[in-house]
Write a protein that binds this ligand. Sequence first.
Ligand SMILES: Cc1cc2nc3c(=O)[nH]c(=O)nc-3n(C[C@H](O)[C@H](O)[C@H](O)COP(=O)(O)OP(=O)(O)OC[C@H]3O[C@@H](n4cnc5c(N)ncnc54)[C@H](O)[C@@H]3O)c2cc1C
Length: 422
Amino acid sequence: MTTQAPLVVIVGGGFGGLAAAKGLKRSPVNVLLIDRSNHHVFQPLLYQVATSVLAPGQIASPIRSLLSLQTNTSVMLGTVTGVDAAAKEVIVDAADKVGLRISYDYLILATGAKHTYFGHDEFSAFAPGLKSLADAESLRSHLLEAFEKAEIEHDVERRRALLTFVMVGAGPTGVEIASAIAVMVRTSLRRDFRRIDPASAQIILVDAGERPLATFSEKLSEAAMRRLTTLGVEVRLGVAVEVVDEEGVVMGNERTRAKTVVWTAGVAPSPAGKWLGTAVDRAGRVQIDPDLTVPKHPEIFVIGDTASLDQGGRPLPGVAQVAMQQGKYAARSISRRVAGQSPLSPFRYFDKGNLAVVGRNFAVLQSAGVELSGFVAWLVWAVIHIQFLAEPSLRFSVFLQWIWTYISGKRAERLIIPVASQ
Ligand SMILES: Cc1cc2nc3c(=O)[nH]c(=O)nc-3n(C[C@H](O)[C@H](O)[C@H](O)COP(=O)(O)OP(=O)(O)OC[C@H]3O[C@@H](n4cnc5c(N)ncnc54)[C@H](O)[C@@H]3O)c2cc1C
């Protein structure tokens, strides 16, 4: 690091922030990446941690280690609580320091999104979402505990509630979790209990919309629907969830007793818009200019899930590819400005396609006019997901784990880890 070089502060070491940091590797700038967590998580495989296929360490890497060879970059473990755009400072809580002010020449906000309960925050205590490794580990323990409790439960009604799993939201995450549980109860757990039959579990996927995987074509939604039904998942569409409490859910005016409810229905952006006091869209995402900067602040970029940008009359989706491409673009844009070169042309997202897995051996793929469902799509899904893991060691380890799970039907990560007592 040199002292005179401009300082680029990146907030968030997820898909967007990490891509931006790596893109600045050869730039004559100093980079400081701040994240409240010490690791980068490959969110698309969180559901496999939640359903005991993979260990947390197989889908996450320490950000510090990912950037250790990048000598112009340092990493800080801290939570950003605000931005003073006039003073060009970010405000951070780190270790025992509260309200630390860090000056920047350029700022890239890549703080992602969290799940939202659409005004029903009281649901959160009974219907956790899946966004972090902690969420995935806690869901894994909860799922496994449900079977343990059912095994010793004499009351039929209570046992049924323990063996009822409700996923609220039939987007890719809801479909992936529901189908993974359906496979787990028929394979890995099948022979392990004496009093209950795990395969008798009721797995319900509910959505207020008219089809699962609504961001895919109707044909692929239908293929996913058929597959879910074959796996024994009950898909309830056009049904709103009105109540979630300790007894279960009320949907379509009908109560379903369920001890496991997972919220996969929606996401809300980070508070970046509030920090900047700038215009946001209906969901709260920062409205950015086509060069990914905030209006009137050419030195501040906002990227990924926390940004809102229209392309072809529609907002870009909250997916990893958008965040990564925007991260690379922000890095190139800053490099050119520092070098005194002409600005880049506006950002264009190149859509490589969408994939979602529906249990073992089956995925749906939509890419450049090609629509595919079944085994080949599943192979493509597996190859792409391995390829995008952050480190070669993770790719190797996940590949081996998948082969083992595929051949044996066993899941290696069936540990219930209680929260440590004080
Ligand atoms: C369960 C799940 C499955 C998904 N599956 C897919 C998929 O199959 N394909 C796909 O393309 N996309 C998928 N996505 C979406 C994809 O993961 C996101 O679009 C992508 O992560 C967005 O990248 P980002 O950089 O904007 O945010 P993130 O990757 O979420 O990173 C945000 C980072 O900012 C940090 N942060 C947040 N607030 C602060 C703060 N105040 N201070 C410091 N640090 C902060 C966080 O710790 C995090 O590291 C999935 C998401 C989830 C949750």
